[in-house]
Design a protein around this ligand. Structure first.
Ligand SMILES: [Zn+2]
Ligand SMILES: [Zn+2]
Length: 61
């Protein structure tokens, strides 16, 4: 199940755990508050780890 777009390559690091986004299933989506691209790795997405927007500080599920 894919709940966000899944480009073949995402540059940067997971916002939750800081790992490089090398495995399939990582996602990138704009912050609902400010539009900054937030990136998460597959394992954090599956765990629904929280994220914190580096720009506006929004914390989300
Ligand atoms: Zn992660
Ligand atoms: Zn934000």
């Amino acid at each position: 199940m894919i709940d966000a777009y899944n480009p073949s390559m995402i540059e940067g690091r997971c916002i939750s755990c800081g790992q490089g986004l090398v495995e399939e299933g990582c996602v990138a989506f704009p912050c609902p508050e400010c539009g900054t691209i937030i990136r998460r790795c597959r394992s954090c997405r599956e765990k629904s780890a929280k994220y914190e927007c580096p720009e506006c500080g929004l914390v989300g599920p």
